[in-house]
Write a protein that binds this ligand. Structure first.
Ligand code: AMP
Length: 283
């Protein structure tokens, strides 16, 4: 496995491998089983697997959050190598944003204004879209792999790739969870034992809503109230808990088709997100 730090080196390494297919897994590091599930999906279908590790400063509104973000490059490199990654691209911030950098890719509309965009500010998805565009153009993979855990990110990236005619297939892998249901996240490392137990209420709320939907409840307001109750058992107050269309992210008042439940909440100082697809009762 190779580690490269510059776009020029990356292009040179990949130039020799373009006769085969290239799969790409963009990450911010602190790798866990969720990231590795993307690597495995990439490994299955690609001749060369590239994984990037870059904690992108422009998508963090809050400097404290950026500084607190876990950075574990040595362990990441070992995990990536074990999982069969061929090339790790781990640039410094100055490589991605050299002095004079002046271009932003901005997706507009409800896709970025709602949910994460509403809480984190509109700069968040400008930062995501810009760095993902830069990474895709640096790697030029056949397929890029993203996690369903970041549902809004997937919708925004798909929109951007279509709008800018970036020639890449976007593959989405299901959310990887700990055995008790907690969605895996680099941020989970910051939870104390007590906070981790409280954090479990997020997946519990989502699963309870999914079960209520499967049993016939189709009023989104009732389903959301049910989820809020489950969170309240652990004194967790959501930043948002909404039922939305999985493609447009528009709020959906009635469960008349499969929909996405999206949830964000702080547990202690740690901000967590999770989501689950729900479907109406089949008769
Ligand atoms: P991050 O390092 O958090 O930016 O995540 C990098 C990629 O891994 C994104 O596409 C995430 O959606 C994905 N990812 C993070 N956590 C999980 C998880 N628990 N299951 C599946 N994919 C995940």
């Amino acid at each position: 496995m190779m580690i490269v730090r510059t776009v020029a080196e990356l292009r040179e390494v990949l130039r020799q491998r373009r006769n085969g297919s290239i799969g790409f897994v963009p990450t911010m590091g602190a790798l866990h089983e969720g990231h590795l599930s993307l690597v495995r999906a990439a490994r299955e279908t690609s001749d060369t697997v590239v994984l990037s590790i870059f904690v992108n400063p422009t998508q963090f509104g809050d400097v404290t959050d950026l500084e607190a973000y876990p950075r574990t490059e040595d362990a990441d490199v070992a995990l990536a190598s074990e999982a069969g990654v061929d090339v790790v691209f781990a640039p410094a911030a100055a490589e991605m944003y050299p002095s004079g950098f002046a271009t932003t890719v901005a997706v507009h509309g409800v896709l970025v204004d709602s949910l994460e965009g509403a809480v984190r500010g509109r700069d968040h998805f400008d930062g995501v879209a810009t760095v993902v565009a830069k990474l895709l153009l640096a790697v030029l993979p056949d397929t890029a792999y993203f996690g369903a855990k970041d549902a809004q990110q997937v919708v925004v990236v798909r929109r951007m790739v279509a709008d800018l005619n970036i020639p890449v297939r976007i593959a989405v892998c299901e959310t990887s969870r700990d055995a008790d249901g907690l969605a895996r996240s680099s941020r989970n490392a910051r939870l104390s034992g007590h906070e981790r137990r409280r954090a479990l209420s997020l997946s519990r709320a989502l699963f309870a809503m999914r079960d209520a939907a499967a049993s016939g409840e189709s009023d989104s307001a009732v389903l959301v109230a049910h989820g809020i109750d489950v969170l309240a058992h652990e004194s967790v107050v959501p930043e948002y808990l909404e039922i939305v269309d999985a493609d447009s992210l528009e709020a959906a008042p009635t469960l008349d088709r499969p929909l996405l439940v999206v949830l964000a909440a702080r547990v202690g100082a740690t901000r967590l997100i999770d989501n689950v697809l729900i479907a109406p009762k089949t008769t």
